[in-house]
Design a protein around this ligand. Structure first.
Ligand SMILES: O=C(O)[C@H](O)[C@@H](O)[C@H](O)[C@H](O)COP(=O)(O)O
Length: 249
């Protein structure tokens, strides 16, 4: 994790933020495919993350990306049965993935409670880590071209919550989270180490309730208090925010 400079880009509303992030994402994925053939994209849950995916689905430039050569990952997932409407993967499918021509082998769904490990959260987290390792080109996880992160009002990203024991679990790329303060209580999450492999990390936040955490995150405050302050890409770290979320900057 390096304390490099971050950039902040502001938009007039949450809708503009989602539309602009969608366009930015299409460009980044097309550029990655031009440079390296395939692109690795890590998705996020959350409101603005979902709006961004819906904006991608409706974007004019959608076909600039060869979706069969995009590897989809999730930086966190709620540990629930496949297809549960609360799962981030289900929400991504409804907002975007169902509308795309995809190669299912490149959609790396996070573990679900009806998977091979059943409700064994730690085994499920280890299984996702093993899948990431397969695509890591010698590292634990791929160098994600874009890793999207929503942020909670408390400054959490993925399922890394302030003051939570999961924060310190950096021995693997994926950690099982128990007693999440945001429901549901069981989750799997990338660790800071996994996130730090991304070329570009984009933190996307909208709404006045996020303003204080945005300010602490941009100022690279204490990570145990504001986990968003501890995520950086190797090439770029961008905060994409609406005016309400930027109010305390
Ligand atoms: O599973 C989840 O809930 C998340 O992945 C979480 O990290 C989310 O992105 C933030 O809580 C922001 O969510 P909102 O945009 O809905 O506030």
């Amino acid at each position: 994790m390096s304390r490099q400079a971050v950039s902040v880009v502001r938009y007039g509303s949450a809708e503009l933020l989602a539309a602009a992030t969608a366009d930015r994402l299409l460009t980044a994925l097309a550029d990655a495919q031009a440079a390296r053939g395939v692109a690795h994209l890590s998705l996020t849950g959350g409101t603005i993350g979902g709006k961004t995916l819906a904006a991608v689905a409706g974007a004019a430039g959608r076909d600039a990306v060869d979706w069969r050569r995009v590897h989809f990952w999730w930086s966190d997932e709620r540990f629930l049965p496949t297809g549960d409407p609360e799962r981030n993967a289900t929400q991504a499918q409804d907002a975007l993935l169902d509308a795309l021509d995809l190669d299912v082998s490149t959609v790396h769904y996070p573990p679900a409670t009806d998977g091979p490990d059943g409700d064994d959260l730690d085994a499920a987290a280890a299984r996702y880590a093993a899948e990431l390792l397969q695509f890591g080109d010698g590292a634990e996880v791929p160098a994600f071209d874009v890793l999207l992160l929503g942020m909670g009002p408390d400054g959490h990203v993925a399922s890394l919550f302030p003051g939570h024991p999961g924060l310190a679990r950096d021995e693997s790329s994926v950690v099982g989270i128990r007693e999440s303060p945001k429901p549901p209580p069981l989750r799997v999450s990338f660790t800071f180490g996994a996130i730090a492999r991304a070329r570009q990390v984009w933190l996307v936040a909208a709404g006045a309730e996020k303003a204080a955490a945005v300010a602490r995150g941009v100022a690279a405050g204490e990570v145990s208090e504001t986990p968003a302050a501890g995520v950086f890409g190797t090439e770029r770290t961008l905060w994409l925010v609406d005016e309400a979320a930027a109010a305390d900057l």
